[in-house]
Design a protein around this ligand. Structure first.
Ligand SMILES: NC(=O)c1ccc[n+]([C@@H]2O[C@H](COP(=O)([O-])OP(=O)(O)OC[C@H]3O[C@@H](n4cnc5c(N)ncnc54)[C@H](O)[C@@H]3O)[C@@H](O)[C@H]2O)c1
Ligand SMILES: O=C(O)C[C@H](O)C(=O)O
Length: 347
């Protein structure tokens, strides 16, 4: 998948060659791209802002949070890469933060503590996402939206319903970010088999919570023989990856650094697609007809100038994965419905 080369690019940039980058960024061949991070002062928002500041595809970086963004923006603005950085704090500034954006990344909202499910975040995060989606519809209706805020299985339908009400909905432009599941599946597979993670890829389909996360190890590349026990272990570990971090952080939040990395990979692929690159494929949770009865589903998606150019099917999956697919349907559907109802059903 394209994310692999993007990963190499991110690392190369993070390690140096920033002067070269600046020159490339200013070349007339690179279109101007404004990217906003909403929730930019948070655990994900700050390192994600850093990674976007290092990305030569970003010409303007708009950092928004309810507070503290001027400091984060001032800090990042001293880095000698091309992106112009501005910080915006509070409701009154949200419109300015969004105006002219090509891509809006949303890691705003509360994270889990041990013992919580992602759905336990719904009551707080649903309202935050509704407010941010409303502002996007008003100020940058054509931007691509990368939704990180949990529960992703519900926050994507929430944003979609807001956009529908505002008359701006384009299913090609709204993405639930599930890249961290792919990043984990690659890492866990490589570790388990004692091979280099370079070049390892694993599609992950379904949604982004517990059993709705369905890694397809039968489609891993390179082709790797796995026993039933290994598949069971790797599947569970990928599904529980977020909980593993929540428990290790012991009350101090959930994955932030690995999420910032994954979010930056996905955002870079979106920007490359917008800029006309061919064959950029990522897994993402999008409006879908891949599984009848599930209006949103994560699968491989081909990205391009319009956002989603093609939602790809599941391909051949193993009997074990087919069982996993059956097992995720009811939970995923009820999370989707909960998001839809939050916008449409009056309490
Ligand atoms: N999709 C994924 O794979 C994935 C991975 C990790 C975390 N997450 C989710 O990302 C979210 C953020 O996690 P975090 O660790 O960065 O949390 P955090 O608490 O460290 O940061 C969240 C930030 O959002 C800000 N915020 C709150 N309301 C806002 C609003 N209305 N507008 C703008 N900003 C607002 C807060 O001020 C804070 O700075 C959580 O919901 C978490 O569950 C998703
Ligand atoms: O697990 C969480 O709550 C955060 C995120 O969804 C993750 O997968 O790390």
């Amino acid at each position: 998948m394209a994310a692999r080369s993007a990963a190499a690019g991110l690392l190369k940039r993070a390690l140096g060659s920033s002067n070269q980058q600046q020159v490339r960024c200013m070349s007339s061949a690179t279109p101007k791209r404004k990217v906003a991070v909403l929730g930019a002062a948070g655990g994900i928002g700050q390192p994600l802002g850093l990674l976007m500041k290092l990305n030569p595809l970003v010409t303007d970086l708009s950092l928004y949070d309810i507070a503290a963004t001027p400091g984060v923006a001032s800090d990042l603005s001293h880095i000698n890469t091309g992106a112009h950085v501005e910080g915006f704090a509070g409701d009154a500034d949200l419109g300015k933060a969004l105006k002219g954006c090509d891509l809006v990344i949303i890691p705003a909202g509360v994270p889990r503590k041990p013992g919580m499910t992602r759905d336990d975040l719904f009551n707080i995060n649903a309202g935050i996402v509704r407010a941010l989606a409303t502002a996007i519809a008003e100020h940058c209706p054509e931007a691509l939206v990368n939704m990180i805020s949990n529960p992703v299985n519900s926050t994507v339908p929430i944003a979609a319903e807001v956009f529908k009400q505002k008359g701006t909905y384009d299913p090609k432009r709204l993405f639930g970010v599930t890249t961290l599941d792919v990043v984990r599946a690659r890492t866990f597979l490589a570790h388990k088999k004692g091979i280099s993670v370079k070049g390892v890829d694993v599609p992950v389909v379904g949604g982004h919570a517990g059993v709705t996360i369905l890694p397809l190890f039968s489609q891993a590349s390179p082709k790797i023989e796995l026993s039933d026990e290994e598949i069971e272990y790797l599947t569970k570990r990928t599904q529980d990856g977020g909980t593993e971090v929540v428990q290790a952080k012991a009350g101090k939040g959930s994955a932030t650094l690995s999420m910032a990395y994954a979010g930056a990979l996905f955002a870079e692929s979106c920007l490359k697609g917008l800029n006309g690159a061919q064959d950029i494929v990522e897994c993402s949770y999008v409006a879908s007809t891949v599984v009848p009865g599930l209006p949103y589903f994560s699968s491989k998606v081909r990205l391009g100038p319009n956002g989603v150019e093609e939602v790809m099917g599941l391909g051949n999956i193993s009997d074990y994965e087919q069982k996993g697919l059956e097992a995720l349907k009811s939970e995923l559907m009820s999370s989707i419905q909960k998001g839809v109802d939050f916008i449409n059903v009056k309490a």
